[in-house]
Design a protein. Structure first.
Lengths: 153, 309, 124
């Protein structure tokens, strides 16, 4: 009958990918760590090399915000799926001062922005999904997702 | 079996009797495991179903399958069998095992189990009947799980093959519709034909940037005469492409942007001032040539140098 | 990690060897500006080939390097931005507006020697 060496681990990578990676953000060195781990996880999930750079850049931006405004926080990286789509979820969380006017912070014209501000509209452009919740005095949580291209795309 | 008149009690007792029979069969199959398994392997060998397997593989797999089947009988749950069947289908099809071999092997096992029950209960037809009532549904269920797993796996393989072909075709079409041409050393031409959506814009940009690196290009002539419907979205895609090329040290000349479209874009607030635009491809090529020849500047060491043609 | 800064004629060549922390990048900025002042170099080629991500901070700092060295009489050319990084930067919306770029070290030196403006400023 059929041999079954290493059955579980050979299935579409799902069994070898960790559930969630947490990167504490306390200093600018952690920004690099967060984006490198994000890149590694995304690589395991099968993203193209161009997407890896986009994801790493988005992580860099939100991690940087944490350091700049909240001083400390965390980045959580995890795989996700929706039907047959595989993707990565990046959560950037802090208990910093919060953003008073999210709409303003997320405002983004079509033309390239001059001031770099919080870099949030930019990070949003790099990812497929982007959600932000922020409360003054409480903190900010950003959830970003990117989907790996499937068959036929 | 005790006879009870009340329906519930009767059902209960039937249930208990059935559970008792299950336990008895499970014990029987486990006690006889070595003998039955060996019998099974011998029969499969005789039928030629184990071609291509090493003795170790046969040993390992036959144990797992035997135990899984008995487990299903014992628990009435088939998750283990389902999971194993799916894995086996993936492995089996990959290794080129035929359906004959897989299904044939399982049918042989079913026979071996069945025969052993006949042997055990041959003098007690009622008990044999009860045993088969418990055993046969399980055996049949397992067989259909395995058969379905193989059918689904084959369908998946066919589907994936087809999708791969479609993807390759699409890539070829895209490549053909967006060639980056090296005009001469240091100059690339990118004639764009067809609409530009976000996905195509990205693909164009990535292709162009790789070509800039591969050809060490310093000037790109991007012709958009063949792009219908240049609105602000398309214009922004183009602007981003131009910016990205610049980051790699290449200047971009955009040709084929009609005056009307340009005016419309400016009117809606698209900033075209940083774009180097010319009306047609020919002018663009001439400008590119001019740019690639180094111009003489104020620094004295280059004053005597001839521009490259 | 120190970024080696080499002298080649009138020019300084700085090649980033590995991802730099923020502090290291700022240190590079200060060092380049100081060296330009001390050596009276006419040009700087800063090679960022190895950087796999250029985010807003990196870009701001590279712009600062270009402007500060210009104040001391040197042109700075950024070279080696990789295709994927260039694409990500445009998606992020950060530009090196006003900063000269070239494809690689050779391209950067050529641009410095010939006095032509690098890719970043070639538009009208």
């Amino acid at each position: 009958m059929g041999a079954s060496r290493r059955c579980a681990t050979e299935q579409r990578g799902a069994a070898t990918v960790p559930d969630e990676i947490r990167v504490p953000i306390d200093s600018d060195a952690d920004i690099v760590a967060a984006r490198q781990r994000g890149r590694a996880l995304a690589a395991e999930l099968g993203f193209s090399s161009g997407d890896l750079t986009l994801i790493a850049t988005a992580i860099s931006e939100v991690a940087r915000n944490i350091v700049a405004y909240a001083k400390r926080g965390e980045i959580l990286l995890s795989p996700t799926n929706q039907g047959s789509k595989q993707g990565i979820v990046v959560v950037a969380r802090d208990e910093g001062p919060g953003i008073p006017n999210i709409a303003l912070a997320m405002r983004d014209g079509y033309s390239t922005s001059r001031g770099l501000g919080l870099g949030l509209p930019g990070a949003r452009r790099l990812m497929d999904e982007f959600d932000i919740v922020s409360q003054v005095g409480e903190g900010t949580t950003i959830v970003m997702k990117k989907w790996a291209p499937q068959h036929g795309q | 079996m005790r006879e009870k008149t009340e329906g519930l009690a009767a059902a209960q007792s039937t249930g208990e009797a059935a559970r008792g029979m299950v336990r008895e069969l499970v014990t029987h199959f486990r006690e006889k495991r070595d003998a039955l398994r060996r019998q099974w392997v011998e029969q499969m060998t005789a039928k030629g179903l184990l071609a291509g397997l090493t003795p170790q593989e046969t040993e390992t797999e036959s144990i797992v399958i035997y135990d899984t089947c008995v487990g299903c009988l014992e628990t009435g749950q088939y998750d283990g069998a389902q999971a194993y069947a799916t894995r086996m289908a993936e492995r089996g099809i990959l290794q080129g095992m035929t359906t004959d071999q897989i299904i044939g092997g399982l049918l042989t096992l079913r026979d071996v189990y069945g025969r052993s029950l006949f042997e055990r209960y041959q003098r007690e037809m009622a008990r044999l009947s009860a045993a088969l009532d418990v055993y046969e549904p399980v055996a049949n269920r397992i067989l259909s799980i395995v058969a379905m797993a193989f059918i689904e796996e084959r369908e998946k393989v066919v589907r994936e093959e087809r999708e791969k072909v479609v993807r390759l075709q699409q890539e070829v079409i895209r490549e053909l519709s967006t060639p980056v041409l090296q005009l001469r050393e240091g100059v690339l031409i990118l004639p764009i034909i067809g609409g530009i959506d976000t996905q195509r814009a990205r693909q164009l940009t990535e292709g162009l940037l790789r070509a800039i690196r591969a050809n060490r290009a310093r000037v790109v002539v991007m012709d958009i005469t063949g792009v219908p419907g240049v609105d602000s979205k398309v214009a922004n895609h183009l602007l981003q492409t131009v910016q990205a090329a610049r980051l790699m040290g290449a200047s971009v000349i955009v040709t084929g942007l009609s005056a009307e479209v340009a005016q419309t874009l400016v009117a809606i607030g698209v900033d075209l001032s940083k774009l180097n635009t010319l009306s047609d491809l020919q002018s663009g090529i001439e400008e590119a040539d001019r740019l690639v020849g180094y111009s003489v500047t104020k620094t004295s060491e280059t004053a005597a140098r001839n521009p490259r043609t | 990690m120190e970024v080696p800064i080499l002298r080649q004629g009138n020019y300084l060549i700085a090649t980033i060897q590995a991802t730099l922390s923020d502090a290291a990048l700022l240190k590079l900025r200060d060092e380049l500006v100081e060296r330009v002042g001390k050596s009276r170099a006419r040009g700087v080629v800063l090679d960022v080939t190895v950087l796999d991500v250029m985010d807003s901070f990196t870009t701001r700092t590279l712009r600062a390097i270009a402007h500060m060295t210009k104040l001391r009489g040197a042109r700075t050319i950024i070279v080696g931005i990789q295709p994927e990084v260039a694409f990500a930067m445009t998606q992020l919306g950060i530009t090196l507006e006003g900063v000269e770029t070239a494809l690689d070290l050779d391209g950067g030196l050529a641009a410095l020697r010939h006095g032509t403006k690098g890719g970043g400023d070639r538009a009208r």
